[in-house]
Design a protein around this ligand. Structure first.
Ligand SMILES: NC(=O)c1ccc[n+]([C@@H]2O[C@H](COP(=O)([O-])OP(=O)(O)OC[C@H]3O[C@@H](n4cnc5c(N)ncnc54)[C@H](OP(=O)(O)O)[C@@H]3O)[C@@H](O)[C@H]2O)c1
Length: 229
């Protein structure tokens, strides 16, 4: 059945391939991006999909909520939310500024939280919802929290957000919240040495977003398998 999907950071990299993947499966996809022109440019190449560009900067609560509410008024309530947009600054404890730390938390954690608060009550009321938080193994305690400081700590917080919100859902509800690590992907963020294509990076995100009732909830997923946090 056709669902309405919202993808943040849908104008490039992994997010764009998630948009393509879910549009290909027949869903109506709202491609969120902070620069409308960059969204319109890429959407031209998506042949046959029901894709609409929504300008949304994830910089503060109002900048997120206003365009999101307008988009739902036009395209209908969002059934599947993909919190994909992310930022990474390559700084360690010595050179990291607190502004950069705040910026990482704003985009990687607070924006997903704001959007989850916005969509989850409606999803529960309508009896269907999927939320995928695009995270990273660099935010995994189990894998040693290897990434740059603000990135690793913010992705760990995103994983904690996933687990905490998932715990509030009943097993009988057809609503699920999961984190997905896309692997090391050849994008602007991942760089040219990354072994994975954006299509491959998007696969598990699309998979988690389209699992049936009784599928994973409150899990950390890579390559379509549950992994340790
Ligand atoms: N690439 C990897 O190897 C890798 C590995 C693990 C996890 N991830 C995660 O996968 C996700 C996608 O990463 P990617 O590799 O596709 O990165 P990317 O190519 O750098 O794309 C990042 C996206 O986030 C958007 N974004 C950043 N700040 C924003 C803001 N303030 N408001 C709105 N949008 C904003 C960017 O918009 P603009 O185009 O306007 O800048 C872009 O669309 C991220 O959450 C990342 O942490 C990536």
């Amino acid at each position: 059945m056709t669902k309405t999907v919202f993808v943040t950071g849908g104008n490039r990299g992994i997010g764009l391939e998630v948009v393509r993947g879910l549009a290909k499966e027949g869903h109506k996809v709202l491609l969120g991006c902070r620069d409308e022109d960059s969204g319109k440019e890429v959407v031209q190449d998506i042949v046959g999909g029901d894709v609409h560009v929504v300008e949304i900067a994830l910089n503060n609560e109002q900048a997120i909520i206003d365009p999101f509410v307008r988009a739902e008024a036009v395209y209908g309530p969002v059934d599947i939310l993909i919190n994909n947009a992310g930022v990474m600054e390559d700084s360690d404890l010595n050179d990291l500024s607190l502004d950069a730390f705040d910026a990482a938390f704003q985009v990687n954690v607070k924006a997903p939280l704001i959007l989850i608060k916005q969509v989850l009550p409606g999803m529960r009321k309508r009896g269907f919802g999927r939320i995928v938080n695009v995270s990273s193994g660099w935010g995994s305690f189990y894998e040693g929290m290897e990434g740059p400081l603000a990135y690793a700590v913010s992705k760990a917080a995103l994983n904690a957000l996933t687990l905490n919100v998932a715990r509030t859902l009943d097993e009988e509800e057809d609503v699920a919240v999961n984190s997905v690590c896309p692997g090391w992907v050849h994008t602007r963020m991942g760089g040219k040495d990354a072994p994975r294509s954006p299509e491959k990076g998007a696969e598990s995100i699309v998979w988690a977003a389209t699992q049936d009732k009784g599928g994973p909830n409150g899990k950390f997923i890579r390559d379509k398998e549950v992994i340790n946090w």
